[in-house]
Design a protein. Structure first.
Length: 443
């Protein structure tokens, strides 16, 4: 008995080969948990287009307005637009955000180049949300962008640059050439440590201390021009200067645990947007925020919810150089409307209401997923499923699961796995097959 079970488990290794040979599929394309895969490739995301035409139209109109409507407006800093993706648990909110992200990432032409950040949880205070945005950029990229800002600052202030790198002629000659003016630093010095090594060479301890303090003062000043806050600028300096080991300042900034950052989120976001636009050449900044219902969960105190929502409203009012998409349940939206009607009006610029799938929508979803794995053949096929099997999967006992994309995709994964092992050549995942395997869910 035990040997047979082991042999059966070992045979699972052959399922991928069976998927190819019998069904013409590279792999089982359905998410095993029914939840969208956040890191899925663009070639998959583009196939998983919303099946509801109204949903698709709202998304396209929002992106069009967000990217193009302000182009002729002289107040180009007022770019804020927002959309809410509303639906119950398992209704496909995350997959909808993934499709929006795919569209924005691939809309790069001469006039628009949007930068997109996806946050899978808003955290329990606004500083955590903003920290998650910084985290998406990555510490090395962030340092590089910040360093670029300081290099530009120095290149525009030759007297500061000269005072920092002044040195005996012999040392200067070895770095920049005999009797040559100091060139653009952005082309010759790549990071903080390299600059420190250059400016402190041949200096005694007291001179080094003075030079490092001067360097810090100018770096903070350069970042204050971007962030418009000396406190935030100081933390940006710390992120750049902590180049050995783990940056505590980075960890504190991305975790939202810097007490001094509370109520200064607007300055951090402003710095992020400015850095991404000026250093990378992006024209627009989008933040996609999933699971926003978490801030209305019972584990948070009412005062915490109120503070979060109030600070978010202030952030939107004071920094309009970005766009947002919030995904949440209908109940969460009701709570936000009761706590802060002004915030609700700001984030509900347009609304996508996700509805349960009907049989036609379910058929299209199955077709779309299978097309991401299909090896040749018709991309508009639902094989090895047939319509009777799909119809049977819709006949669930629990009314809350009827038409739920998450539930149905999870069933599709399980049934395709079973079919690989059990279906005869030419067999289909039909009504009888579905009944035999998921009868406990059915009416």
């Amino acid at each position: 008995m035990n040997v047979n079970i082991i042999d059966r488990l070992n045979s699972v290794e052959n399922q991928r080969t069976a998927l190819k040979e019998r069904f013409g599929l590279e792999y089982n394309p359905f998410p095993r948990s029914g939840i969208a895969i956040i890191s899925e490739a663009d070639k998959i995301a583009e196939r998983l287009i919303p099946v509801d035409e109204e949903t698709l139209n709202v998304i396209v109109n929002f992106i069009s307005d967000a990217l193009y409507a302000h182009r002729d407006n002289p107040d180009t800093e007022d770019k804020y637009m927002s959309m809410v993706v509303r639906g119950e648990y398992g209704s496909g909110k995350t997959q909808t955000l993934m499709f929006i992200r795919y569209l924005l990432k691939n809309l790069k032409n001469e006039t628009v180049k949007p930068y997109v950040v996806y946050i899978d949880n808003p955290g329990q205070k606004l500083a955590e949300l903003v920290g998650a945005i910084v985290s998406q950029i990555g510490v090395e990229n962030f340092r590089k962008y910040l360093w670029g800002i300081f290099m530009e600052y120095l290149d525009k202030k030759p007297e500061v640059k000269q005072s920092l790198v002044s040195r005996p002629r012999a040392i200067q000659n070895s770095l920049f050439g005999d009797d040559e003016p100091i060139p653009s630093l952005s082309a010759s010095i790549q990071n903080y440590k390299e600059l420190v090594d250059i400016i402190t060479t041949g200096k005694n301890a007291n001179e080094k201390k003075q030079l490092l303090q001067t360097l810090k003062d100018h770096m903070v000043k350069s970042y204050a021009e971007v962030a418009e806050s000396p406190v935030v600028a100081t933390y940006l300096y710390d992120v750049v200067s902590e180049t050995i080991g783990i940056s505590k300042s980075w960890d504190m900034l991305t975790s939202g645990s810097v007490k001094e950052m509370d109520k200064r989120e607007v300055y951090i976001l402003r710095a992020i947007v400015n850095i991404v636009r000026k250093q990378l050449g992006y024209t627009d900044f989008f933040i996609l925020i999933d699971e926003f219902e978490e801030i209305t969960a019972e584990r948070l105190k009412k005062t915490d919810i109120d503070n979060y929502l109030r600070n978010l409203r202030l952030l939107i009012d004071r920094e309009k150089n970005w766009c947002s998409v919030f995904a949440m349940t209908g109940k969460a939206m009701e709570i936000i409307e009761s706590y802060s009607p002004p915030l609700a009006s700001r984030i509900k610029g347009s609304v996508v209401d996700l509805k349960p799938l009907d049989i036609n929508g379910f058929k299209q979803v199955v077709m779309n997923y299978l097309s991401t794995s299909r090896i040749g053949g018709a991309e508009d096929s639902i094989e090895p499923f047939d319509e009777s099997g799909l119809d049977e999967m819709m006949q669930v006992k629990n009314p809350q699961l009827k038409g739920s994309p998450r539930f149905l995709l999870k069933l599709c994964y399980q049934l395709l796995q079973r079919a690989t092992a059990e279906l005869a050549e030419g067999g289909k995942i039909d009504r009888e097959f579905v009944k035999n395997h998921i009868d406990e869910f059915l009416k």
